[in-house]
Design a protein around this ligand. Structure first.
Ligand SMILES: [Zn+2]
Length: 328
């Protein structure tokens, strides 16, 4: 007992170091957190510029999940691309209600295993596709590469489409309630509408399909007449603010290069939007674009169609890097 007692006499309290790795409730993976943070940023910025009095949020883009399971959020998202909603409905959406092999529409579809179950194929959604009865029979349990030997284009498309999950669907479902809460915390009244409502609003007002117009049609508060003529949306893409990682590893994790500590060179920073007036050389001319700096007077100017090296003496900053790229 002397020995045991010594183990906790005159020792400070130590927090348990075992089973202490819990996540806060409402935790989201960084990729999703970033999506929400971007929206928050732009709500804040637009509020500064315009007299915003209310927010309309499209709470569900993909109604099929709302029908199946109204409470898809964080946990389900983490358990895989599909947890909680019906496979067939999901496949219909993923394969656009067409046979994956012959693209026939409006026929009864069967769920088809791309790598047959008898050959060890799994029931994972990435191994499933939609096919008509005759294609399914014709393929049998043969490998898809053999079945589509004479149609390499179709093969490539099927394999690519099988791998790509409805990623945005999952992201929207995992973040929507958290986004709703955060929008409410701005103090403005927040109205929610479904994707179906958006479509209805857009169709009844005779507006063509575009992301920007969809955004204008969200929710029941959409006015009868929307003045959208001649309005060009400003496209904003989140580009990050650089990384703190100084050691750049190769794909095996071995150090490959070292990035300098500084972020600025000659007053420029990666991500600045500049006006370039190149006086001579192959790329002489005037441009507006985003730069990536190097620590020598040769920066990379990125334009929508090309990128090339420029000397900073030709550059004038028109917008300081703020983590976003803009295109009109
Ligand atoms: Zn078919």
């Amino acid at each position: 007992s002397l020995r045991r007692g010594r183990r906790n006499r005159k020792t400070r309290y130590r927090q348990p170091r075992f089973l202490n790795r819990t996540r806060k409730t409402g935790w989201l993976p960084p990729s999703l957190e970033s999506r929400i943070a971007n929206i928050e940023t732009w709500v804040r910025r637009i509020k500064k510029l315009c007299p915003i009095s209310a927010i309309s949020q499209e709470l569900v883009r993909f109604d099929l999940q709302q029908m199946q399971n109204p409470e898809i959020s964080g946990v389900e998202y983490q358990r895989g691309e599909l947890f909680g909603f019906e496979v067939k409905e999901y496949l219909l959406a993923k394969w656009n209600r067409k046979c994956a092999y012959c693209e026939v529409e409006n026929v009864p579809f069967e769920i088809e295993h791309i790598l047959a179950k008898s050959k060890g194929g799994s029931n994972r959604v990435s191994n499933l596709c939609l096919s008509c009865h005759s294609c399914n029979q014709a393929k049998g349990n043969r490998p898809v590469e053999e079945f589509l030997k004479k149609k390499p284009g179709v093969l490539k498309r099927v394999l690519a489409q099988a791998k790509a999950p409805l990623k945005d669907a999952a992201a929207v479902n995992a973040t929507r309630w958290e986004l709703y809460r955060r929008l409410q915390s701005t103090g403005l009244p927040v109205e929610v509408g479904s994707g179906g409502r958006t479509k209805f609003n857009r169709k009844t007002r005779g507006i063509e399909k575009a992301h920007a117009f969809d955004a204008a049609c969200v929710g029941a508060s959409t006015p009868e007449r929307l003045l959208i003529r001649g309005i060009k949306p400003l496209k904003i893409a989140a580009k990050g603010r650089g990384t703190r990682q100084r050691c750049r590893p190769d794909k095996y994790g071995f150090p490959k290069a070292h990035a300098p500590k500084a972020k600025y060179f000659q007053g420029f920073q990666t991500g600045d939007i500049v006006k370039a007036d190149v006086q001579k050389g192959k790329f002489a001319g005037q441009y507006i674009g985003r730069i990536a700096i190097r620590f020598r007077p040769s920066f990379v100017l990125q334009l929508p169609t090309q990128k090339f090296d420029v000397h900073p003496k030709y550059l004038r900053t028109i917008h300081k890097a703020d983590g976003y790229e803009y295109q009109s």
